[in-house]
Design a protein around this ligand. Structure first.
Ligand code: GLV
Ligand code: MN
Ligand code: MN
Length: 404
């Protein structure tokens, strides 16, 4: 039965709390290869070495640390340490800290890995908050993305990925996941399903297909005072109508569409803009629904551009197909616990577990209840008792999967 080691979890959690936190919002800025994320990665390596784990780090900032015989098949767990801009404390780090705490729990139970080794992983740039492509580290490790494409990525300041890596003495090399038999990612829940179900822990069934699409609206820069309203070609208007259309289409279809980022040129109060670039994040219950939703929004953007005298070009920056997690693995994890089975839920959020699953590594996710249901925001939270329940659930899971 579960024996948690609460001090380990709470100590680690409070050690990480100040790193990358904004004093104004209380949210986190842990962008890849910047100071806070680099400090977190160094903390993780040290925590693994303190536990006697054997650490493998690659030239992208991915780290995997192993416990048990080096030639045995691997049961991998872990998550990520980067955050969205002004994100919460839990999205990512909860899975990493819980993985280390679960190893401590297994040790306190007298578990010794023999038939399998247990690994704890951190994958880089999961959020895509700096280079725009979510799950960059796990995509490169699994071969879902080639270095030839990744090396062209630039951040908002125009810094190329290879240069950002080089500034941290990283060379872009990738570690190997050969021998990994399965992956389990523990994550804070990013909605309120577990609150409604009255459960501290749940298991993922699937990830909705999702994508990021750049809409480049172009028009004619002009004077905000002297240009008559009827003489303008204002791309801001085309963008504004497109954002409304995206929300309406998604509501009608029962899906999700968000414009959360825009960039305006010249970005001056007293000038009609010449260009608006806006990024659509769309997520749907099926691959076809995603294609249909984006097509409908793009069509409305083009129609409106024709009326505004502007132009719009839509570029799919990344599209991730639906992921159905391994049903036998989810059933094995979710079923037959003291107090009943854990609920099994679909999620609309992307995760490294989805990338590993698509690459053929049977994968699963454990969710920990989030009382606010809010995520990608400083309001994201989880209670300490629920986090400890998550640690126990992960320890139980690893014991089942890595046991004799
Ligand atoms: C990652 O958290 C995503 O779903 O965008
Ligand atoms: Mn996230
Ligand atoms: Mn995450």
């Amino acid at each position: 039965m579960a024996v948690t080691v609460p001090d380990d979890f709470e100590q680690m959690w409070s050690d990480l709390a100040p790193i990358g936190r904004s004093v104004t919002s209380g949210g986190y800025f842990r962008q890849p290869y910047a100071a806070a994320e680099t400090e977190l990665r160094a903390w993780f390596v040290e925590a693994c070495l303190d536990r006697g784990l054997s650490v493998e780090a690659d030239g992208l900032g991915n780290v995997v640390a192993w416990w048990g015989p080096s030639d045995a098949p691997g049961v991998l767990t872990g998550s990520h340490l980067d955050s969205v801009l002004d994100g919460g404390a839990y999205d990512g780090p909860l899975g990493v800290v819980s993985a280390l705490a679960a190893i401590d729990v297994l040790r306190s139970r007298g578990f010794v890995p023999s038939t399998h080794r247990v690994g704890v992983s951190v994958f880089a740039e999961e959020e895509g908050s700096r280079f725009g492509l979510a799950c960059l580290g796990s995509r490169l490790v699994t071969g879902a993305l080639d270095w030839s494409a990744a090396r062209e990525l630039r951040d908002r300041d125009g810094v190329r990925l290879p240069d950002a890596l080089a500034a941290r003495d990283l060379d872009g090399s990738v570690l190997s996941l050969a021998g990994v038999e399965c992956f389990v990612e523990l994550h804070v829940e990013q909605g309120r399903a577990l609150v409604d179900l009255g459960a501290a822990v749940g298991v993922a069934s699937e990830i909705w297909p999702h994508g990021r699409y750049r809409f480049d609206f172009t028009g004619t820069a002009d004077h905000a005072g002297t240009t008559r309203m009827e003489d303008r070609a204002d791309p801001m208007l085309t963008y504004a109508m497109t954002a409304l259309a995206a929300s309406k289409q998604a509501r009608l279809a029962g899906q999700r569409a968000t414009f959360g980022r825009i960039s305006v040129e010249p970005n001056a109060t007293n000038a009609v803009p010449s260009r608006v670039s806006a990024w659509l994040d769309a997520r749907c219950s099926t691959d076809d629904a995603l294609a249909d939703l984006v097509a409908a929004i793009s069509r409305q953007a083009s129609d409106r551009a024709a009326r505004d005298g502007t132009a719009v070009v839509v570029t799919a920056e990344s599209v991730t197909a639906s992921v159905a997690f391994s049903t036998p693995l989810a059933a094995r994890i979710a079923g037959d616990h003291a107090g009943g089975d854990w609920p099994v839920l679909a999620t609309q959020a992307g995760h490294d577990a989805g990338i590993l699953s698509a690459a053929g590594i049977p994968s699963a996710m454990l969710f920990v209840r989030n009382p606010t249901g809010v995520s990608h925001s400083p309001a994201e939270t989880a209670s300490i008792p629920d986090c400890l329940a998550g640690v126990d659930a992960l320890a139980d899971t690893l014991e089942r999967l890595a046991g004799a």
